[in-house]
Design a protein around this ligand. Structure first.
Ligand code: DHB
Ligand code: MG
Length: 235
């Protein structure tokens, strides 16, 4: 096949993928003003454009519905975009606790959640995860934990997620594929090494049933999704 033909095929495949994504978003995960405002607030405050996609937000809602989530813990709030998706999956008396290391980001996230009418059920706590997580024991168990924070912290966040959940809870972590490096040799990069460890642990921990899926536009990053088993495998 000529290079021109191959290029044409690649272009068509990219167009098909873009069409499918746009159409699935339109049908299953349309953004409203509050979600768009959260993205705009991130831009206005020079925050990185690393939010989850609308379909990932909807997937979090589906998972929250599947486990009957009334209490959700988010580790890493950024501008509150994923927090809006998560808090909207809660019943009126439900609770989202979102942890954020940056005071500035936390303020943006709180404003985003308030604009979405979710201030009554969503709270953003400021500080490093290692400091805030031990204090959550009295508020556990959480039905769903979403990890989307500093990557070197992922193994520690998994330890806490396991402590703060119950059988049937769902633990989701963003960025578990990261271009494939954690699946090859992660090298010396602490972030890649930590994600490789996270992936390896959730794949083999007898307390969990897990899968990782490429979910972004180009299929090179996505969630690891784990459910806490009623009884550990092999027990
Ligand atoms: C980064 C962090 C994220 O949570 C993400 O989804 C993408 C990139 C980052 O720190 O580079
Ligand atoms: Mg992320």
């Amino acid at each position: 096949m000529s290079d021109a033909n191959t290029l044409d095929q690649l272009r068509q495949q990219a167009e098909t993928r873009a069409f499918i994504t746009a159409e699935l978003e339109r049908r299953f995960a349309p953004e409203d003003d509050a979600l768009r405002a959260a993205l705009q607030a991130a831009r206005d405050n020079n925050m990185p454009a690393i939010q989850i996609s609308p379909l990932q937000g909807k997937l979090l809602q589906v998972l929250a519905a599947a486990c009957g989530a009334k209490k959700i813990l988010e580790i890493g709030a950024l501008a509150g975009y994923s927090g809006i998706w998560l808090a909207r999956a809660l019943p009126p008396n439900g609770r989202l606790i979102s942890l954020e290391v940056s005071e500035k980001h936390a303020a943006v996230a709180r404003a985003s959640l308030a604009r979405a009418g979710l201030a009554d059920r969503a709270e953003v706590r400021v500080g490093p995860g290692e400091q805030l997580l031990p204090a959550l024991a009295s508020e556990a168990p959480f039905d769903l934990v979403f990890i989307d924070a500093d990557k070197p912290g992922y193994p520690t966040y998994l330890d806490w997620a396991l402590k703060l959940t119950r059988p049937g809870s769902v633990i989701v972590a963003d960025n578990c594929i990261r271009g494939g490096a954690p699946l090859r040799d992660p090298g010396d990069d602490p972030a890649m090494r930590a994600i490789a460890e996270y992936d390896q642990r959730v794949a083999s921990d007898p307390r969990l049933v897990s899968v990782a899926l490429p979910l972004d536009d180009d299929g090179t990053d996505g969630f690891a999704i784990s459910v806490v088993r009623p009884t550990p495998q092999g027990a």
